[in-house]
Write a protein that binds this ligand. Structure first.
Ligand code: ZN
Length: 176
């Protein structure tokens, strides 16, 4: 089966605020599987449903996975919410929806997250460093926020210019 396409900046669908999930249906479970497939294929360490065009509050995260490691253990989180944040950390972030760009973003270094799993059971996760950064990044997607919305205006506008130029070149190349 073909993998779902990841939307890329400046697709306006990335700016939507996603809806909470009231009930975990088979459709949601299928979407969660699709998100994991895309995440491992890209590869990435996290993916949010709105990145594949579904404006619902579902994320998948696996910060421990590497190419060499066969053990994949994705966290699949329904309606994730950060209930506590502490400390500060600066991490160089990238995003599958923001091609060819990395930038340092300041976030909380420790978070406590509440969510539900695919069985509807409540889960509480304490995370720090990369995992905490990843949760904050993915939950931002659910609120229509990209990491480039959290960097300086100058850095952001430099990226936007570069991206527009790349898109123009792509469009020109495709008509040849
Ligand atoms: Zn992202």
């Amino acid at each position: 089966m073909a993998l779902r396409e990841v939307l890329q900046f400046p697709d306006p669908r990335l700016k939507r605020v996603s809806e909470p999930i009231s009930e975990v249906t088979d459709e949601i479970r299928e979407l969660a599987r699709d998100l994991c497939d895309v995440m491992y294929d890209e590869p990435g360490i996290g993916l949010a449903a709105p990145q594949v065009g579904e404006a619902i509050r579902l994320i998948v995260v696996d910060t421990k996975w590497t190419e060499e490691d066969i053990a994949r253990n994705p966290l699949i989180l329904v309606n994730p919410e950060i209930v506590e944040r502490d400390g500060k950390i600066t991490w160089s972030e990238g995003c599958l929806s923001v091609p060819d760009f990395n930038a340092e973003v300041e976030r909380a270094s420790q978070v406590v997250l509440h969510a539900r799993d695919l069985d509807g059971k409540p889960v509480e996760i304490e995370a720090e460093e990369l995992e905490a950064v990843c949760f904050q990044h993915e939950i931002d997607h659910l609120d229509g926020i990209l990491f480039i919305d959290r960097i300086s205006r100058l850095k952001r506008s430099l990226y936007v210019q570069k991206r527009k130029k790349a898109l123009r070149e792509e469009a020109e190349a495709s008509v040849l």
